[in-house]
Ligand binder design. Structure first.
Ligand code: GLN
Length: 492
């Protein structure tokens, strides 16, 4: 079969179960595509063909013995922030070039236990700091819809790989939008779960109170399959919650769009910099949801202006603390010929970290320093609480909240925005992480340059099933999620 990459996760699962193809055939098919097409997309930092084929054969053997699960033998690729035993894990950084983790992240281990086959590791902004994937030591990934544009970030490799059909689905992480924004830029569905839903064990930390892993795929249905693997309590992550895990696939039809109250935050649609095409496509998608029976309710989210400054204090503060461990001594890059210990620390870090990471460490260290801690960090924490309360109040009168995922479509590669311009592009995604809420991106059309536009739906805590279900029903009634970039149509 030449078009195995066109199949959804459900179709792959059924095809494997019915012996229409083997995991080896499927895996070889994807590896061939990666070898040919990723030369242009550059979504993978590391491809693991030998390992993938060993895992594929093991999956086929298990299936013959009658021990297969729903996903046994289905390929996946992981964002290079998830530790993989025996395979390099770089987090997009020079400082971790050649770092081989002695253990698997819980998300990776769960994937293996479910029988998923690892194709490789996907490119990302260094330590997940960025919105374009250009902040990677391994070079920029390109957007499958237009190679002059970025795929978004920080999970840009994950988004580009799925959008170019170089992996059927992928893991991503979202600290301030890194699943939703690249999903939006590449025309995919991506879910950022409630904080604590997915284990962070073995997921290299950026800002620990905001980081959360989640699925990136073509559709809500595909995401649901991966959520069934990823979600759950983990004793190795003290912030993971011991909360019942839904069967996200079984629940796909459980929430009716009929009668669903969708909150439309007034402040969100008046943001300077919201592109006309994005606004139009998002409004059309809301109209469609209305046609399907939803009610649109105007709401206030008064804290909108404080999202960017609050996030860009708290995230760098936590990052400056988390990144202290990269000291050139224990693991990772070490400078040549240090003259003494201080020189070793200083040069290993200034040679090993890229510019954006260094900027965040400086901002974060400043915000946490003795004289400024109360004025910046403590203040930001207070504002964070107000942002959360704003959402909780809104959820008293609506079921979900709608927003664009990003004010624009994908930027041009090398657009050379200032840091502040870049940070302002995160306006629609940051608050969800500050409040710990779940949110999903769904593709809802294209701008005049044929670049994808995304709708974001934000839910109350633990409402992942509801979000997937609403998007699933939207996708049953529309076909934006089935559209493919030209490069995905190419055969290997
Ligand atoms: N763009 C945001 C940042 O640079 C969010 C990144 C993320 O979610 N990891 O911090």
């Amino acid at each position: 079969m030449t078009d195995l990459h066109r199949l959804s996760i459900r179709e792959l699962s059924e095809g494997l179960a019915n012996a229409q193809f083997s995991s080896r055939e499927l895996t070889e098919h994807y590896l061939k595509r990666i070898a040919k097409i990723d030369v242009q997309v550059k979504s993978y930092v590391t491809v693991t063909p030998e390992l993938a084929l060993v895992e594929a054969d093991a999956a086929d053997t298990l299936r013959k013995a009658g021990g297969a699960n729903v996903l046994t033998g289905v390929p996946i690729a992981h964002k290079d922030i998830f530790c993989t035993q025996g395979i390099k894990t770089t987090a997009g950084s020079k400082i971790l070039d050649n770092f081989i983790s002695p253990y698997d992240a819980t998300v990776v281990a769960k994937g293996k236990a479910a029988g998923l086959v690892t194709l490789g590791k996907l490119n990302m902004d260094e330590f997940a700091m960025g919105s374009t994937s250009e902040n990677s030591y391994y070079g920029a990934t390109t957007n499958p819809w237009n190679s002059d544009h970025v795929p978004g970030g920080s999970s840009g490799g994950s988004a580009a790989a799925v959008a170019a059909d170089l992996a059927p689905f992928a893991t991503g992480t979202d600290t301030g939008g890194s699943i939703r924004q690249p999903a939006s830029f590449c025309g995919l569905t991506g879910l950022k779960p409630t904080y604590g839903r997915v284990s962070r064990f073995g997921m290299i930390a950026y800002a620990s109170s905001l980081d959360q892993g989640g699925p990136m795929a073509r559709s809500a249905e595909d995401c649901a399959y991966l959520m069934n693997v990823m979600a759950g309590h983990d004793a190795k992550d003290s912030t993971s919650m011991n909360q019942t895990v839904d069967n996200y696939v079984a629940n796909l039809n459980d929430t009716s769009v009929k009668g669903l109250r969708i909150g439309i935050p007034k402040q969100y649609f008046n943001v300077a910099g919201l592109a006309e095409d994005v606004k139009a496509r998002v409004e059309e998608s809301l109209k469609k949801l209305e046609d399907l029976g939803a009610t649109l309710v105007e709401i206030d989210l008064n804290m909108t202006e404080s999202y960017v400054p609050t996030y860009y204090l708290i995230a760098p503060a936590e990052a400056s603390s988390n990144l202290q461990r990269f000291d050139g001594v224990r693991y990772g890059y070490r400078c040549e010929n240090p003259v003494d210990l201080m020189d070793l620390y200083k040069r290993s870090r200034s040679e090993g970290f890229g510019a954006e990471v260094q900027r965040r460490i400086l901002i974060g260290t400043y915000a946490l320093s003795a004289g400024y801690y109360d004025a910046y960090y403590v203040k930001a924490q207070k504002v964070r609480r107000l942002i959360q309360q704003d959402f909780l109040k809104a959820f008293e009168s609506v079921d979900v909240i709608a927003a664009p995922s990003a004010p624009t479509t994908a930027y041009k590669i090398g657009a050379d925005l200032t840091p502040v311009e870049m940070y302002l592009g995160d306006i629609y995604t940051l608050a969800v992480n500050l409040a710990g809420l779940p949110a999903i991106n769904a593709p809802v059309g294209f701008d005049q340059n044929n670049l994808p536009v995304g709708l974001q739906l934000i839910g109350n805590y633990w409402s992942e099933s509801q979000l997937l279900s609403v998007v699933h029903q939207y996708q049953q009634a529309t076909d934006w999620h089935t559209q493919r970039a030209a490069i995905a149509e190419e055969n290997a």
